[in-house]
Design a protein around this ligand. Structure first.
Ligand SMILES: [Zn+2]
Length: 217
């Protein structure tokens, strides 16, 4: 656990939206910020040196996270994923963008299946990927298709997660020689990112680096 990053600056458009629809702190429900000044230092932010974990013998080179999946960080993911608070993707995505050092990578999200996206009304990892690409001035591509509906990983034990998502993704385009930043909200076993990376590598990607907001341990 490391020192807290600075609260990232918000673009003017978001500042105006904040005036109309003030954010509520996901930790304590105080009005003003998505994670307030009091809750911010208690988030288990990861030190830059501890953010990235290598994955040996995997189509996925590494997984980088900015925080552990606990406390207010967990609440932030739930607010985005299950409570429809789309605007929090701005905060989360800008923190994730700060963890990217590549300048010529393509940002791709681990897409939901279309039936799941229809139910939820949006794809939370697509929103994060949009913010990361824009904040990091990186190319953004919707290069992955989830070809079948999978069970929610959170509902499965660790052993069944890899089976659940294996072969569930397909690349929409040729990615020969490209470096991909593969985005999702949370990583637990890394099974979803791994299955997505498999499809990206099959389409020719030279390397795939996972990037998530939170890492569950
Ligand atoms: Zn708070």
């Amino acid at each position: 656990m490391g020192s807290a990053p600075l609260y990232p600056d918000r673009p003017r458009r978001e500042q105006l939206l904040d005036l109309l629809f003030p954010p509520l702190c996901v930790g304590c429900r105080r009005v003003g910020r998505w994670i307030c000044d009091r809750c911010w230092p208690h988030v288990e932010w990861l030190d830059p040196a501890d953010r990235t974990r290598r994955r040996a013998g995997s189509p996925l080179e590494s997984i980088t996270a900015v925080t552990n999946f606990t406390g207010s960080a967990r609440e932030a993911v739930h607010a985005l994923k299950y409570e429809g608070h789309h605007a929090i993707s701005g905060l989360m995505g800008r923190l994730m963008a700060e963890a990217v050092s590549d300048t010529d990578a393509i940002v791709v999200h681990a897409a939901l299946h279309r039936s799941r996206r229809r139910e939820r009304g949006y794809d939370q990892s697509a929103m994060l990927a949009d913010v990361i690409a824009s904040a990091g001035r990186l190319r953004r591509d919707n290069a992955l298709l989830r070809t079948r509906r999978t069970e929610q990983q959170a509902s499965l034990d660790r052993d069944r997660r890899a089976d659940n998502v294996r072969g569930a993704f397909m690349a929409r385009q040729d990615l020969t020689g490209k470096t991909i930043i593969l985005v999702d909200d949370v990583s637990t076993t890394g099974a979803t990112l791994e299955a997505a990376a498999e499809a990206l590598r099959a389409a020719g990607a030279a390397r795939v680096r996972g990037l998530v907001f939170a890492r569950a341990t």
